[in-house]
Structures are given as C-alpha cells and as structure tokens.
Ligand binder design. Sequence first.
Ligand code: GLN
Length: 485
Amino acid sequence: MNLIDLTIHEMQQQLADGTTTAVALTEAFLKRIHATDEQLNAFITVCDEEALAAAREADAQRAAGNVLPLTGIPVALKDIFVTEGIRTTCASKIFGDFISPYDGTAVRKLKEQGAVIVGKLNMDEFAMGSSNENSAFGPVRNPWNSDCVPGGSSGGSAACVAARQAAASLGTDTGGSIRQPASHCGVVGLKPTYGRVSRYGVIAYASSLDQVGPLTRDVRDCAIMLGAVAGYDAADSTSVDTQVPDYLANLEQGVAGRKIGLPKEYFIDGLDDDVKQAVDDAVAKYRELGAEIVEVSLPHTKYAVACYYVVATAEASSNLARYDGVRYGERVDEGKGLIDMYSQTRAAGFGDEVKRRIMLGTYVLSSGYYDAYYLKAQRVRALIRQDFIDAFEQVDCILTPVASTAAFGLGEKTSDPLQMYLSDIFTLSANLAGICGLSLPCGLSDNKLPIGVQLLGKPFGEAELLQTAYAYEQASDWQGQLPTL
Ligand code: GLN
C-alpha cells in the first residue's frame, strides 16, 4: 500500500514495527503535495524543510524509546492557527507577511505529541464563507471534481485529507466550517463542544461560536486527533476544565439500545433527492445496528440562519477592529492622517465578504439597532440551545443531513450571498447551542460527489458521538472511499 493511503492508526502500526519511518512518510506526503497542489490549491504555505527536520527528530525520539501517539505523523493546519516561525495569513491580504512569535495551543499540543506539520491550509478569508472562494489566495478545488468547491471555510483542511496530502488536518468551525467541507470532500470532521479545545492562538472570527477540530480519513483517526488537542488551557478562559476521556477506550461499543433523534424540521423541501436517500439509508443502517430511531422537534430551527448572521457578524466586527495597519501586516498610508491610514489599510486589506460582515455586524451593534437585532438574536440563541437540551432529554444523539446538496460548482453561489449563507442551515445551530457535532461520509450523489450525515451530541459527549459514528462507519460501504486524483 502507498504510504499516503494509510490512516493514522495504520501509520502508527507501521512506525512501531519499523516498516516505515517518519521521514519516509513526510517525504511521501510532501511529494504528493507538490504533485497535486497546483491543481487543488489546498495549501497556502508548504513547510518542506521544517517538516523534514521534525520528521528526523521524530525518528530519533522513536529510536530513543520516546513514542507518543502522533510521533512522526504528518498533519496540516488551517492557516487560522498562528505558528511560530511560519507565516500565518488567515487567507487575508491584511496580514501581509505576519509571522507569529508563538504557537497556538492546539498546534503546540500536536507538536508535543510528536506530529510533523507539513503546511498551512487555504480557507475562506477569516473563516467567513462556505465554499473557500473568499480566499485572497484563490479558491480550493474539490479533489472529487475540480469544477466543484470543497466547501468552506476549512476547504483546504478537507481537500488535503481527501487528496491524501496529509494524514489529517485541523480546522475551525464557527457555523459549519469543519462539518460542511468534510461532507463535500468525503472525510470525517468533528466540531467539539464549545470549550473542549483551546482557542488560544486561533485568529478570532466569532469568539462565542469558534471551535477547533480535526478532519480525518476515518473515525478512529478523529478520536486520536481530538485526544491530542482537547483539554483545559489557562490561556483561554472559555476552555472548560473537565477531564479529557480516552476517546479510543470504548470506540467499538456499538449503538444497540441507543436512541437517535431525527428532528422533523431538518427533513425539509429543498433537500436534494440523493442527499435524502443517503441519509435515509444511514438511518436504516442504524436501525439494523440496534439503535432506536425517535422523531424529535427543534422548533426554533427556522430562526437559526438569521440569528447566526447577527451574532457572528457582530462578534466579527468587534474582533476585526484590531486590523488597523498599526499592529499587524500591511499598511496603506498616503500621509493624510491616522483615520485615513486606517480606512485605506482596511479597504485594501479586507476582501468583499469580510467587509460585508463588518458592515452588517457594526450595524446590528449600533445604538439604535442593538436591542432590535443583537439582543433579540441573543434571546433566540437561548431558545435554540434550549431546543437541544430538551431533545437530549429524549435521545442520546441527533442525526441530520450536513448540507442540502453535495458540493456545488465553483462560482455557482458567489453572486448571491444569501444562497451561500443558506448552505449552513443544518450546521450552525450546533454552534449557537455550543454542542458537539460530527460529519461522516454516507454516500455518493448521482454525479459521484460525497454526501455526509451529521451526528449531533450532548455537551462534552464527544466519546459517545465517536462511538456512534464508528458503529456506522464499520457497517457501511463508505469507509475509506477516496477520490482518484
Ligand atoms: N459559512 C459560515 C460563515 O460564513 C460558517 C463559517 C465557519 O464555520 N467558520 O460564517
């Protein structure tokens, strides 16, 4: 088997028995990146030298008997994680050649577990988008069909795993940005519970919604990656001080007797036939595996998109105020004074979608509209969260589509921002509610593009969620299906 086709757990095996080395793995992935990325554009920065040095160090550590779960495993990072010594762009011009003096916590943890960072991945600018077309570095192409988007905003993170350019990646998910691209690229993507993974060193979009998570080839790899990055961090006051379970310990427990809820509001008109079929088949499979399927209701679902686009843009307008040409990156200064320098810098540095969000967010926070929009959205958010708390009284997990269609064509939705915003209709409630959610491959569309099913779990219920996903994955035909590239 080709080295790049291995999962993390298979690599661990081969590294342990001496069949391969970290250097061989890293060389294989770097070669693959250089052979395919002109077409895919999944990477903004490839770190050949740093990766090979880290791989040599990993092999030395292994020879000395110091073996950790990710020792020698090549992974890649969405370019929203700051990395010491390696450029971070957030896919925006405004960062210029910004190089962070420190590693974000998730990055530090991966390195401490022995991982080899092969590069920084393309994304929508500031993680705003659902197609990866809002990047200052150009769009990412879907490895299954290069005329299609990979999804967004973690489009590079999903495409690179599907295209076997890295064993796994990290993304962030504010309204679906891990789960939706995972679905469109046919990989596993997990958005942990808010507070499960530290956001320290993650460039902020909407701080009350942002969460870090893995994109992987299979569920076991997802459990390994989550275990590596989860946990309390004193540097992020919103990270929660609760024990990190061993996500691999009971992975094979099965779903017999588990209750899975189907929210009736999610099986709506507008769902493509092949998506509906694939999700129905997944439900049938769970029934066969012994789960009990129960209808549940999340009555405030219809307000989720509107609520999200008020809360997220409000937080974005505040978070992005710091990019003023004084402290970071590029500055445009025509010598006409400070205010002019601010506005010239921001006009030149931000892309259209980012500007749209800043304007929307500033509007909903302005004194005349704060109560009518922002405060009201916060109230709606509480109702959406309560819907989930009520549903989880009845069921262990909730199953829904990830997106209403498979990957759409490049350019298909760029002229209509509202259509683009609607692509997140099934994913953004989980962020508003703060719960965990996972996207799992469950079929192929008529035009041979992957379809994902979404499993939503209780707060800090990642272990159970991974068990539920694993049971389906082992019983389904979709495990490990990858594009031929
Ligand atoms: N597509 C959504 C947005 O544009 C979600 C993005 C995300 O999760 N980062 O805001």
